[in-house]
Design a protein around this ligand. Structure first.
Ligand code: TTP
Ligand code: MG
Length: 362
């Protein structure tokens, strides 16, 4: 490791693999390359159910995107190559990529299967040197694993993460501290991590479309509308984030599982049984990771695609399967009181904490 420098600015890299699942498929089956490839549920000539997990950039040109019903993907591009997921493969490739990344800095944080942060402040003297290091990372991953990634470089995790998504695929975006405001201002608010569909709609209703609009907005009004998160959104819009890079901060903020019924159903016993199965899966994954949870969310998507999510935060952290099941059943009861048939059911636990007492932050 080279000597540290007397800069105050941190230099953080965010590495995000491009179209990860489909890239792994192309790597295993090179004949797929150049064709639109969709990973997800079986399309069954457009009658298939379930969703697109991801797709390569050729498929994205047809308008296909992750989370979309597989039947819509089929309508958009029936000639795409549709593959079911091979999670064992994705996990193996992910582990090898993470091992490569870890060599570059001990300040490393995995973020899901295909993303990671690296703090390279101590080993690079400026952003130019950090860019060279990022180029080496890209080459090493491509050489060893045959897949590309996009890297964002910034003075904190927030900026690095937004930057890595800026020039996908195979991108490299460098945002120095002096450029932060200019870089963020024109971007849509939903590029900020944690601003999802609902918050975006609310912000649009307030006339806030871009990150620049959000930065210029009154922090106290945002706090009135969104509580503590409002203040945080404002800080993020100004490009401010103190969060450190480190495994201790946790690799996930929630654990969930969901499934689409083979046929839409309003049979209460079928839905109830499926809910219990899903709870078991979530419980198993939480205990494997030694996690306690406090918030339970149930998601119900109806035949007409309207989707309701109901959450409850308990007054205590728990890892009890009974607590999970009971809470999920109560939440689902509210959501299943309508007459619509159910298409998809999901359960998620969040507000996680390691059983030994360590708090998991984003
Ligand atoms: P992402 O990094 O969000 O997507 P991506 O790598 O496929 O594409 P991009 O080039 O835009 O980064 O997610 C990583 C993998 O996680 C993705 O390949 C599939 C999986 N995934 C799901 O299983 N469900 C989801 O809803 C999303 C968004 C991703
Ligand atoms: Mg990715």
């Amino acid at each position: 490791m080279k000597g540290s420098c007397n800069r105050n600015t941190r230099i953080i890299l965010h590495i995000d693999m491009d179209h990860f699942f489909s890239a792994c498929e192309e790597r295993e089956h090179p004949e797929l390359k150049g064709n639109p490839v969709v990973v997800g549920a079986e399309p069954k000539q457009g009658r298939g159910r379930g969703v697109v997990k991801t797709c390569n950039y050729e498929a994205r040109e047809f308008g296909i995107q992750s989370g979309m019903p597989i039947s819509t993907a089929w309508r958009l591009c029936p000639n795409a190559i549709y593959v079911r997921g091979n999670y064992r493969l994705y996990k193996k490739v992910s582990e090898r990529i993470m091992a490569i990344l870890k060599k570059y800095s001990e300040r490393f944080q995995r973020w899901g299967l295909d993303e990671a942060f690296l703090d390279v402040s101590l080993m690079t003297k400026d952003f130019e040197e950090a860019t060279k290091l990022a180029e080496s990372i890209k080459h090493e991953i491509l050489w060893n694993e045959g897949i590309t990634c996009s890297i964002g470089i910034g003075p904190n995790k927030l900026i690095a993460k937004i930057a890595s998504g800026h020039e996908k695929p195979d991108g490299m975006t460098v945002v120095r501290e002096d450029d932060v405001e200019r870089f963020l201002a024109p971007l849509p608010v939903q590029r900020i991590v944690g601003i999802g569909e609902k918050t975006t709609a609310k912000l649009h209703g307030m006339g806030i479309k871009t990150i620049g609009d959000l930065a210029a907005f009154s922090a106290s009004i945002l706090a009135q509308k969104f509580g503590a998160m409002g203040m945080r959104y404002h800080q993020y819009a100004l490009g401010l984030s103190e969060s450190d890079v480190g495994e201790r901060r946790g690799i996930r903020k929630s654990i969930g599982h969901e499934c689409t019924f083979a046929v839409d159903t309003d049979a209460r016993d079928v839905v109830s049984r499926r809910l219990v199965d899903i709870c078991c899966k979530v419980y198993q994954r939480a205990t494997e990771k030694n996690l306690l949870f406090k918030t339970v969310t149930v998601k119900v998507r109806y035949k007409n695609f309207h989707t309701f999510t109901h959450s409850r935060t308990l007054s205590f952290f728990t890892n009890s399967s009974q607590n999970l099941r009971k809470t999920a059943e109560e939440l689902a009861q509210d959501a299943l009181s309508g007459k619509e048939k159910v298409r998809l059911l999901g359960v998620r636990v969040s507000n996680l904490k390691l059983a030994k007492g360590q708090r998991i932050l984003i």
